[in-house]
Structure formats: C-alpha cells, structure tokens
Design a protein around this ligand. Structure first.
Ligand SMILES: Cc1cc2nc3c(=O)[nH]c(=O)nc-3n(C[C@H](O)[C@H](O)[C@H](O)COP(=O)(O)O)c2cc1C
Length: 217
C-alpha cells in the first residue's frame, strides 16, 4: 500500500459513521446503489476493494467460504473467475445457491448478496483469460485447484512443464477454467452508524422488479 493510499484510507475513515444511506427512490435498483458504493470503495484507497467472499454449500449442507475477485458486474449479476474443477465449482454445480459478501472496513460498509450461479459463456471466459498476464495463464494450467498436492515440488514441476509446453505463441484457454455469474435475488446494504444504530436496506427481487425495505440493525 502506498503512502498516498494510506492517507486516503485515513481520510475516508474520518468520515466513517457520519455517512447515512443515500436517498433511495421507488425506482432505485440495487445495481445502481452497488455501482455507487463500489466507486466509493475504489476511491477510498482500500487494497483490493473488488475482493469478496463467496459461499457455496456441499450436497450434505456444509457451507464453505473463500475470497475471490469481482471482475465484472451489471444488471445481470456479479462475475468471478476460477477453476471449474475446484471445490467451490463442484459444489456450485450440485447446488447453484450462492452467497457473496463485501466488507469495506474504512467505509464501515457491508454488502450481502444471495442468488444463484450460472457459468458465463466459454467465449467470455476465453476473452478474459487472454487479458491476464502470461504467468497467470500458465499458472491456471499448472494448478489442479483444490486437489491434494502429491508432493511439495508437484506444483513447481507442473508450472515448468506448462511453461515449456506453451513457450511459443498464445496460451490456450483451458476448458476447466472460467467465470461464474452470480444472479442476485436479494441484496442488503449495511452502513455502520453511531451507537450501533446501523442502517440496513434490503432489496428483494419480485419477478422482474426489486422491492426494498429497511431492517433493525
Ligand atoms: C484476496 C483474494 C482473492 C482471491 N481471488 C481468487 C479468484 O478470483 N479466483 C479463485 O479461484 N481464487 C481466488 N482466491 C483463492 C481462493 O480464496 C481459494 O483459495 C481458491 O479459489 C480455492 O477455493 P476452493 O478450494 O474452495 O474452490 C483468492 C484469495 C484471496 C485471499
């Protein structure tokens, strides 16, 4: 983190609890509010404001969470990329219900998202894959994400193997790697306030429309 980023964080933290929720009209969509808050998080100097927790659930009901990076969002949903053979992906194939969580501490804000996932198109995944740096592209081939390492040097050996294999030309997009789109049906925006009297506003999808209500903190 640069000194400038640290100063920006300190400045934002100073505003902290003084920020109420913005005016929400009947027509405000959660995507509009998300865009505003995500822009604030990007301006605040927070490292990796796009980091979010994604929770999946195993077939026998065991939830698990891990951090991923949000790479795209719009009215349709929130996109992250991963290995389609990983633990999270296997669980999402069996049970497409998912939860996301953002926490931007200096802004005292949290966003909770619940929805279902679908894979994005292979073309979209390939386009994003090829926009990544070459090391990450080769790394995606080398990592059997979530599987047990057979021995300490296995990953290094696999990386060397693929570096050699793809020494020339474009690294092909592996079919086992791509994006998931989380299509939300409920989103809660939480703003920390004084005396723990925090603001909470929940949006719920009813058909094609969003309804909203507030909750006790
Ligand atoms: C800040 C942060 C960002 C991460 N971003 C991603 C990501 O975008 N995609 C991904 O597959 N793993 C990412 N990881 C690693 C995951 O948290 C996790 O270790 C990995 O995806 C394997 O999870 P699984 O075994 O539950 O499938 C990130 C970790 C951190 C701490």
């Amino acid at each position: 983190m640069t000194l400038f980023e640290k100063l920006r964080c300190l400045f934002t933290f100073g505003q902290g609890v003084a920020l109420p929720l913005p005016e929400i009209s009947e027509n405000t969509t959660p995507a509009q509010l998300f865009e505003q808050w995500f822009a604030d998080a990007n301006k605040s100097g927070i490292l990796l404001p796009e980091a979010m927790s994604v929770s999946s659930c195993s077939a026998d009901g065991q939830p698990s969470s891990r951090m991923v990076l949000l790479k795209d969002y719009d009215d349709e949903g929130f996109v992250f990329y991963t290995n389609y053979a990983s633990r999270k992906s296997n669980e999402l194939v069996d049970n497409n219900k998912v939860a996301l969580l953002f926490h931007w501490n200096v802004l005292q804000r949290q966003i909770r998202i619940e929805g279902t996932v679908e894979k994005i198109s292979a073309q979209e995944s390939a386009d994003y894959f090829h926009s990544r740096d070459r090391g990450s592209q080769v790394g995606a081939w080398a990592s059997k994400q979530s599987q047990k390492l057979k021995h300490d040097s296995e990953l290094k050996d696999r990386m060397s193997h693929y570096q050699e294999k793809f020494a020339e030309g474009e690294v092909p997009h592996p079919e086992f790697w791509g994006g998931w789109r989380v299509k939300p049906h409920a989103i809660e925006f939480w703003q920390g306030r004084a005396n723990r009297l925090h603001d909470r506003i929940c949006f719920e999808k009813q058909g094609d429309n969003w309804q909203h209500h507030k909750l006790h903190p």
